[in-house]
Design a protein around this ligand. Sequence first.
Ligand code: PMP
Ligand code: GLN
Length: 383
Amino acid sequence: MSPLNITSKLPNVGTTIFTVMSSLAAAHKAINLGQGFPDFPMSQELTSLVDKAMREGHNQYTHMDGAIPLREALAEKVSYLYGTTINPDTEITVTPGGTYALYTAFAALLQPGDEVIVFEPAYDCYIPQVGLAGAKVVTIELVFPEYRINWAAVRAAITPRTRGIVINSPHNPTGAVLTKEDMTELAAIVRDTQIAIISDEVYEHLIFDGLPHESVLKYPELLQRSFVCFSFGKVYHCTGWKLGYCIAPAALMTEFRKIHQFNAFTCDTPKQVALATFLEKRENYTELGSFLQEKRDYFQNLMGDTRFKPLPSHGSYFQSYSYAEISDEAEKAFAVRLTKEAGVATIPVSAFYRHETNHGVLRFCFAKKEETLDAAVERLARL
Ligand code: PMP
Ligand code: GLN
């Protein structure tokens, strides 16, 4: 027992479901379609560029706000994809991952007593991060089974204390994507208010079926009140890199950087140098969606031989399935049993809600080699 008592800042928080399910998968030698990470190799071109950067001596602290060539390459990408001009000096900061970018945005924005609207199912870091910043979370359920936003419910939830709305497209865990109409609704709701948008776009390029990515970066009216957060780890299939960035207007970014400078201060230099060169080729970001769509289609096709029923997924690494025909167990219990008995780990979607829910849905990560998906579905088809 420790002689020291500390008061928990997160008294109701346990270990994240991703670690719980990955540990269970390892303990039972299950195929892990739970936590979102690819098992195929990342781009060899990109790893060679990191090797080159290290050999050329890019091994010391780079600029606090991110390597300048990388910020310039990102501004060029944003201009090409969304027709928006971003100032790389004042409006982009490179961060150690998307999670850190989100945390810093909440820390910069929020004061005790503020309220933040979060849609559930919600990626698991938002609610604790808002709490740590001293603010209160107001949750709104996405409409099952498409996981659409009910904009009337958003209007009803706004109070004079509302300070932020968190959006996430493509969406984790469901693969739902926001439409132009959603962005129009959002813009109308926040117009003439002091509400900021925290837009989690870590799956930016990973969008399918010819749908456009409705980035906040496309909407100047929204962008002027937004922190937009990205992850290189997700889009370049190197989740272990933990490198991302945030884009925000200069006034918001000034506050973001005040926190960043005393936390990480700066991020891994050789990877930033490598990414700056890598991004010079447009195909290194324009072809990511079709690559992942092939994986989704391959997985969906295999899953046709099982009793799991697909829910729509238009982006991300993930596809949810209903298991109503197989069991009426609660999601967590079913996911645990599936890992132990069938040898396939997944994520119960109920883990992305604060309160008890059970739609009988599991999230599967299809960002895997074909042989991994083949082996997993062979097991699932026996159920
Ligand atoms: N947001 C969402 C929706 C995610 O799925 C993840 C997981 N990669 C993150 C943020 C965090 O990204 P990173 O690993 O770069 O911190
Ligand atoms: N974003 C990943 C997922 O949704 C996991 C990242 C993590 O483990 N924190 O599976």
